[in-house]
Design a protein around this ligand. Structure first.
Ligand SMILES: [Ca+2]
Ligand SMILES: [Ca+2]
Length: 404
C-alpha cells in the first residue's frame, strides 16, 4: 500500500487542502529602501451652503473619522466655511453630524483622500471644487434638548431646552417619560417606578417644539455615585390596630407615622433624618423616603402615636444601591401594633390608665389625644380600649430584629 496516497486521501477526507510551501527566497535588491518623507499635514476646507438660496450656511457640524486618528469636528462659520486641519496622508470619512436648526442634515458619508504631497480629493473630486449644501426642511427641526449630568440611582432626569417645547426621555429599560420645558428653560422627568439608573447606562432625550419636527437625539451617560456620597433610604409601613387586623386606606390617611434614622435608638441623628409615611394610593401601605443619608450606622425608628415603635439596625455604605430599600426580617413591610399610648415600647397598665383618663372624648376637643385613639376614628372609646387590651403586654421585642 502506498503510504503517501493514503495520507493524501485522509487529508482530503478531513477537509484540508494541501498548502504551497514558501521557498524562503529573499529579495535580491542590494539597496536599502529610501526612508519615507515626513508626511506633510494638510487642511481640508470647503463651503457649506443653503441648498435653496446658495447662501453660506453657518452652524453645520462635521466630523472627520479615520484609522488611527481622533475624530475631528468642525462647525461652519458665518461665511459657511468649514476647515479641518492637521491631516496626515490617508483615507478619511467626512460626515455632517448636525445640521443648523431648520435644515435637514446631509446624511451622506464622503471619502476624503489626503495624498502624500498634501493634495486632497473628496469622493475622487479635487477638494477645491467640493462644497456641501443642506436642504431647508419643509418643517423646521427642533434642537435637541440638553441633559444635565446624571448619577447612578438618580430619581429624576433634568435638563434644559426651549421654553414651551416638550421633551421625551427614553430610559435603558425602554421606559419613557415626558415633560414640558418651563418658561425658565428647564425640564425634569421622574425615573420610571421599579427602574434604577446604573453606572454607564445611556439616557436619550428628544425635543419637539411647537410648529417644528422632533429633534435628533441627545444622550447622557450615567456616572457612578461619587465615593463618600449619600443614599436615599426608602421603606414601607402598614398599620395593624390589633393583632393581624388590618385597616384600609381611609384609616391609613390618618396614619401619621414617621420614619427616622437615629444614631442610636434613643438619639435622633444630627441633623434630623426624618420622613413622613405617605400612603401609596389605596394600597393600605405607606412609604417613607429619607434623602441624603451619609454612609454610616443607624437605627431606623418608625413610630405612630399610640403604636409600638419599630426599630431596625441599618448600615448605609457605598455598596448600597441608590435608593436603598430597607425592610424588616419578617417581610417587605414594617407593620405597627397599636396600644403604646405613652410611647415606652410596651403596652401595659400605664397605657390603659392614660386611655381611661381621656375616655369618651372626641376630636377636636382639648382632652382628645391622638395617641389614645388607636383606630384613628376621632373618638377615644370602647374600640380603642378593646384594641389596647387585645395587645396587652406586647413589647417592641415582638418584632424580629428590633433594637430595644
Ligand atoms: Ca406603653
Ligand atoms: Ca377610637
Amino acid at each position: 500500500m502506498d503510504i503517501r496516497n493514503t495520507s493524501c486521501r485522509n487529508l482530503h477526507q478531513g477537509g484540508y487542502r494541501s498548502q504551497s510551501v514558501s521557498s524562503g527566497v529573499s529579495c535580491g535588491c542590494p539597496c536599502a529602501p529610501l526612508p519615507p518623507l515626513p508626511p506633510s499635514p494638510a487642511s481640508l476646507a470647503f463651503i457649506k451652503l443653503d441648498a435653496t438660496s446658495g447662501a453660506p450656511l453657518p452652524g453645520a457640524t462635521f466630523t472627520l473619522t479615520g484609522p488611527g486618528i481622533t475624530p475631528q469636528t468642525a462647525v461652519s462659520d458665518t461665511r459657511g466655511k468649514v476647515r479641518l486641519s492637521g491631516l496626515a496622508p490617508g483615507l478619511y470619512q467626512l460626515r455632517e453630524t448636525a445640521a443648523p436648526a431648520g435644515y435637514l442634515p446631509n446624511t451622506r458619508t464622503y471619502s476624503v483622500l489626503v495624498n502624500e504631497g498634501g493634495s486632497i480629493s473628496v469622493d475622487g473630486m479635487p477638494a477645491e471644487q467640493f462644497s456641501l449644501a443642506d436642504m431647508r426642511a419643509g418643517i423646521p427641526i427642533s434642537d435637541a434638548p440638553v441633559i444635565d449630568p446624571i448619577t447612578a440611582g438618580a430619581a429624576t432626569v433634568t435638563g434644559t431646552g426651549g421654553p414651551g417645547c416638550s421633551v421625551t426621555v427614553i430610559f435603558p429599560n425602554g421606559g419613557q417619560a415626558a415633560a414640558l420645558v418651563q418658561p425658565d428653560g428647564t425640564w425634569g422627568v421622574t425615573v420610571p417606578m421599579g427602574f434604577t439608573l446604573a453606572p454607564n447606562d445611556t439616557v436619550t432625550a428628544y425635543q419637539q417644539c411647537p410648529g417644528a419636527s422632533v429633534s435628533g437625539p441627545a444622550t447622557a451617560t450615567v456616572a457612578p455615585t461619587p465615593p463618600g456620597g449619600v443614599r436615599t433610604v426608602v421603606g414601607q409601613v402598614s398599620p395593624i390596630a390589633w393583632n393581624s387586623l388590618g385597616f384600609g386606606p381611609a384609616f391609613l390617611a390618618q396614619f401619621d407615622a414617621t420614619a427616622e434614622l437615629r444614631t442610636d435608638v434613643n438619639t435622633p441623628a444630627p441633623p434630623a433624618r426624618t420622613a413622613t409615611v405617605v400612603p401609596i394610593g389605596d394600597t393600605g401601605v405607606g412609604q417613607f423616603i429619607i434623602p441624603d443619608v451619609p454612609f454610616g450606622n443607624y437605627v431606623l425608628y418608625i413610630k405612630r402615636p399610640g403604636y409600638l415603635a419599630r426599630t431596625l439596625a441599618v448600615t448605609v455604605d457605598p455598596g448600597d444601591p441608590n435608593p436603598k430599600t430597607v425592610q424588616p426580617p419578617d417581610g417587605p413591610i414594617f407593620t405597627l401594633l397599636s396600644g403604646d399610648v405613652n410611647d415606652d415600647r410596651e403596652i401595659n397598665t400605664l397605657d390603659s390608665a392614660i386611655l381611661a383618663a381621656h375616655f369618651f372624648t372626641l376630636y377636636p376637643s382639648a382632652s382628645y389625644i391622638p395617641e389614645a385613639d388607636l383606630n384613628a376614628d376621632g373618638e377615644i372609646g370602647l374600640i380603642d380600649r378593646s384594641i389596647l387590651y387585645a395587645n396587652f403586654f406586647a413589647t417592641s421585642s415582638i418584632y424580629p430584629g428590633a433594637v430595644l
